[in-house]
Design a protein around this ligand. Structure first.
Ligand SMILES: [Zn+2]
Length: 446
């Protein structure tokens, strides 16, 4: 393989639009037939909608296939056969690995994969890593807990697949991980934005090590949308002195998107492996033009054990207007995953996306990386309390910082906040996905 070429799969990643749509239709027909034939749950869903594999002749027919939501998967897994319910498309003996979703609410959904599915995961991740400059000369450090969550497991195997040397930093604590990176001169790393910022803070404040002076030159982020939020990305770049790349994926979907080395301000959808449809949440219509947000409905073409066919992910995304200068024909979603349809909530009559608060807080010099938002209600009036941390060196500019924060928040979110400025280290720190947004209002008002 030519290491200088920028694409993991030069044929598929540059396939002209028409050929790509043709491939997608064929692959959709195949996975739909597979699912219809092998999953009792899906078959009854499709029969109720009056649609069978013969009916999928053109792209427009795909829209007739009913969507599946996480709650439906949760329900069927509560029923026999144990443990996956009647959506499992292969004999249980062919399942080689168990994972579960890491969502913050509700019962997790179990995710079985066969060995073939697992190879598919690694292949999808190989596109990501190659596009972000991972090559066989890299030594990749993985600072995450290897457990039931898929997290960076597939990133690990993909790094091995493309020829990198992988260092699994599983049960080490944060300090030991930093020392290992230093000792082995690791060149690349993967993690959630939250953990990577916390790791850099530990190195600086508790170990006297400047992470920017370490040898890590590229980092792949996932699990949260932070690496696509410009101010968070900048903080990570400054802290680590490395290129910071985003990737969005999910346990029940797969590794469906990646930021490339050209960093166009968004993520490529791997359209050879996935079909992404953007649906208007109010009208249910397909959105094809750039710049209009909707929720993502996604199909993974090649996953077999528990397929993902028109899965309503609730991720809010929009198409970018321009093709990416890297030459890939895979379309780009502007600004990555903007939020989740579930997270975008109305406060005081105004729509609020928690990511907008993150963009403001992390864009202000003198504030720490952590913050906490609590939405509450007293009588008929709703309140938003925002707690932020001030860095020790910025304490004497507290009033100035507070007024900048108020201005920026009003400008970007159209809302007023009760601000609380705390000392550095007083807010919770998170190892994986952070829970910074708390809505304490009674359910009926949301
Ligand atoms: Zn690109």
């Amino acid at each position: 393989m030519n290491y200088d070429q920028p694409y993991w799969n030069p044929v598929l990643e540059t396939l002209p639009g028409d050929a790509l749509r043709g491939l997608q239709l064929k692959k959709f027909q195949r996975v739909f037939r597979w699912t219809y034939t092998h999953s009792k749950f899906h078959r009854s869903l499709y029969e109720a909608a009056g649609i069978s594999p013969e009916d999928i002749r053109a792209f427009a027919d795909i829209r007739r296939v009913p969507t599946v939501e996480k709650s439906m998967m949760r329900d069927i897994q509560r029923k026999d056969p144990f443990p996956y319910g009647d959506a499992l498309c292969v004999p249980l003996d062919e399942v080689t690995v168990f994972r579960q979703t890491s969502g913050t609410t509700g019962q997790p959904v179990y995710q079985p994969d066969t060995w073939q599915d697992w190879e598919w995961w690694a292949e999808c991740w190989a596109y990501i890593l190659w596009a972000q400059g991972y090559r066989p000369s890299d030594r990749v450090f993985l600072p995450f807990g290897y457990n039931v969550f898929v997290a960076f497991w597939a990133g690990h195997y993909a790094a091995e697949k493309i020829g990198c040397e992988v260092v699994p930093g599983g049960v080490l604590d944060t300090k030991a991980r930093i020392l290992k990176i230093q000792e082995l001169r690791a060149t690349a790393m993967m993690g959630t934005p939250t953990y990577l910022l916390g790791m850099a803070e530990t190195a600086r404040l508790k170990m006297g090590i400047d992470p920017a002076q370490l040898t890590v030159n590229k980092i792949t982020c996932a699990g949260e949308c932070g690496a696509s939020i410009p101010s968070t990305k900048r903080r990570l770049e400054d802290a680590w002195g490395a290129r910071i790349y985003d990737h969005a994926g999910a346990t029940e979907i797969g590794a469906w998107s990646y930021e490339c080395a050209a960093q166009p301000g968004g993520l490529h959808v791997n359209e050879a492996m996935f079909l992404v449809e953007i649906i208007d949440t109010e009208t249910g219509q397909l959105i094809e033009e750039p710049g209009r947000r909707g929720k993502m409905v996604i199909t993974a073409f090649d996953r077999q054990a528990q397929p993902c066919v028109r899965f309503d992910s609730k991720d809010v995304i929009e198409w970018a207007a321009e093709p990416c200068p890297c030459g890939r024909s895979f379309r780009v979603i502007q600004g990555g995953v903007v939020g989740r349809a579930d997270d975008i909530t109305k406060v005081k009559g105004v729509l609020l996306a928690p990511s907008a608060i993150e963009e403001v807080v992390r864009g202000i010099q003198g504030l720490g990386d952590e913050y906490e938002v609590v939405v509450d209600q007293t009588g008929n009036s709703e309140t938003i309390r925002l707690r932020v941390e001030i860095l020790p060196e910025a304490r004497d500019q507290c009033t100035l910082i507070q007024s900048e924060l108020e201005d920026q928040l009003r400008l970007k979110t159209n809302l007023r906040y009760d601000l609380e400025i705390c000392g550095c280290g007083s807010l919770p720190r998170y190892e994986t996905k952070a829970k910074r947004f708390k809505d304490l209002r009674p359910k009926k008002t949301q």
